[in-house]
Write a protein of this length. Structure first.
Length: 329
């Protein structure tokens, strides 16, 4: 028996984002997936031996969520995929990601894995799981909004977590809610709910799963910077297009370079160079949001970015979207 959903397409104008399976074969589930979501995983080889797949899988705009069970031990070779991070909360059996070092997930151990680093996954002993996969850019986009500044360091999640921590009960409950049958009709028909659900799942991961920006999200804004740090910050903000060195800023602030560097790390949370780039990216973001006749290249070069391609990379890493996407909004 298999189900696509209780309400296959309640509105012709809405794209379905949920599929359901009750003990389908691996090949049948793969065909169902391609019919609803396209050829995202079409390069994954079909299994040559019996395999049963049961559960719920949903996908919307860079976020997937699932509650799946697999009967039969098998391995899957993974082709190169988008820049996604997958989060696995096992409930039975084992899942093994073959990376540079083998990474094992069991019911007490959750895993966060960069998909682009995975080439082989093994499912063992009747594995089942709650899980999510999120496009990396969505984390940068959300973090830049929550922190009120560009994200200068890519988010890095703890690769292994203790699922006995009560905090993960809430994450499991949220995935259970997203994959529950009661939500099918609304989520497959609504123009608003899929996006709201996407945001909730991304926020839940940022809140619960430890990462290198966790402390910045939890701590209050830093206190008032000392005079020498504020002088340097004010200079950078007043003239973002000027590429001034740390030594020059230290001289302007009447302190040693080391004292200024320590002040920036403490009160700005980054280096002097990192803060300069942060301010220039913030200025670029504001300029792109305005109805300015200047092109992306002109804005980038006007702020001291000599290489427009490199500027676009910095911008996408910091905000999760490209400069042209901000301009079109």
């Amino acid at each position: 028996m298999s189900l696509i959903s209780a309400y296959p397409m309640a509105s012709a104008g809405r794209r379905q984002i949920i599929i359901r399976s009750d003990a389908m074969s691996g090949d049948a589930f793969g065909s169902l997936f391609e019919r609803v979501f396209g050829t995202l995983y079409s390069d994954i080889p079909r299994q040559g031996h019996p395999l049963s797949v049961a559960g719920v899988y949903g996908r919307h705009d860079g976020v997937s969520f699932r509650h799946m069970s697999y009967r039969g031990d098998f391995r899957v070779q993974i082709p190169a995929l988008d820049d996604e991070i997958t989060f696995v909360l096992p409930t039975a059996g084992r899942i093994v990601f073959e990376l540079a070092n083998e990474t094992l997930g069991v019911p007490s151990v959750g895993l966060a894995v960069e998909k682009r680093e995975v080439r082989l996954v093994r499912f063992v002993d009747g594995h089942s799981q709650y899980g999510l996969s999120v496009r990396r850019g969505l984390f940068a986009q959300r973090l830049s909004l929550l922190l009120g500044r560009p994200v200068m360091q890519p988010v890095r999640f703890a690769p292994r977590v203790d699922l006995n921590d009560p905090a993960f009960d809430g994450l499991r409950a949220m995935v259970r809610f997203a994959t529950g049958a009661e939500l099918d009709h609304l989520i497959n028909c609504s123009a608003l709910l899929p996006t709201r659900l996407q945001e909730m799942l991304v926020d839940a991961l940022l809140e619960v799963w430890p990462h290198n920006h966790s402390e910045a999200l939890k701590r209050p804004a830093p206190g008032i910077a000392p005079r020498h740090v504020k002088l340097a910050m004010d200079y950078i903000q007043a003239q973002p297009e000027v590429l001034v060195s740390g030594s020059e800023l230290a001289a302007l602030s009447h302190v040693s370079l080391r004292a200024l560097q320590d002040g920036f790390r403490r009160f700005a949370g980054t280096s002097i160079v990192g803060y300069q780039r942060q301010v220039r990216l913030e200025c670029a973001y504001q300029a792109l949001r305005q109805d300015s006749p200047r092109s992306v290249s002109e804005i980038a070069q006007g702020l001291g970015f000599a290489n427009v391609g490199r500027f676009s990379q910095y911008f996408r890493s910091a905000y999760g979207v490209g400069p042209m996407e901000v301009r079109r909004r």
